[in-house]
Design a protein around this ligand. Structure first.
Ligand code: SF4
Length: 195
């Protein structure tokens, strides 16, 4: 990299300035804390989980809204949750970009349905999606449930449904998901948290 005389003077000036402030005994941490405080002042924080990988780090999502009807809160900041035992306030570089992921106009926020044979995706409501999923599970289980194996032993299982839970499912809901899967007789159960 070629360094010009002007660039060299700028760089050394900044380094000397920072070093000088430090060597004069100034503690800049209150100033940094104040900047952070101003950034999230009046913002509302909600706890969530990073959706990117199976580590499932806890995050705090800060959003701003003036409370007016029909105004969508705007996410202004995301940081690691210091109370979360998994990551204790830290985030990896990928998790640190969550604010842009949340605000991306390309992020899907509604279920999409593509009918058999169709090339088009159609937006449907959450109620419709949940209803369709429940119907499919029931019909598939009823159609393929196995009460006895080839030797006549009682097995009561359903081998035609694969049950996968996501990494944002924590221990307790994960436990309930497995219970529900076993109640249905499913044998193929997995969670992304183990991947
Ligand atoms: S912050 Fe990083 S390590 Fe944590 S869940 Fe997200 S992607 Fe995984």
């Amino acid at each position: 990299m070629e360094v010009t005389r002007r660039g060299f003077l700028k760089l050394t000036g900044v380094s000397l300035g920072t070093g000088l402030i430090g060597s004069l005994g100034f503690d800049l941490s209150p100033a940094y804390a104040r900047v952070r405080e101003l950034k999230i002042a009046k913002a509302k924080a909600v706890k969530s989980i990073c959706p990117y990988c199976s580590v499932s780090c806890g995050v705090l999502i800060y959003s701003l809204t003036d409370g007016a009807m029909n105004v969508k809160p705007r996410v202004i900041h995301v940081e690691g949750d210091p109370d979360d035992p998994v990551n204790r306030g830290t985030l990896c570089p990928k998790g640190a970009t969550l604010r842009d992921f949340i605000n991306s106009p390309q992020r899907l926020t509604k279920p999409l349905y593509r009918a058999p044979g169709s090339t088009e995706w159609k937006e449907i409501t959450w109620e419709e999606a949940i209803e369709r999923i429940a119907r499919r599970i029931k019909d598939t289980r009823d159609r393929t449930f196995i009460e006895r194996d080839a030797e006549g032993r009682v097995v009561n299982r359903c081998e035609s449904i694969f049950w996968l839970t996501g990494c944002t499912i924590e221990n307790e809901p994960g436990y309930l998901m497995v219970k529900l899967g076993r109640l249905l007789g499913l044998v193929a159960l997995e969670t992304q948290a183990r991947v």
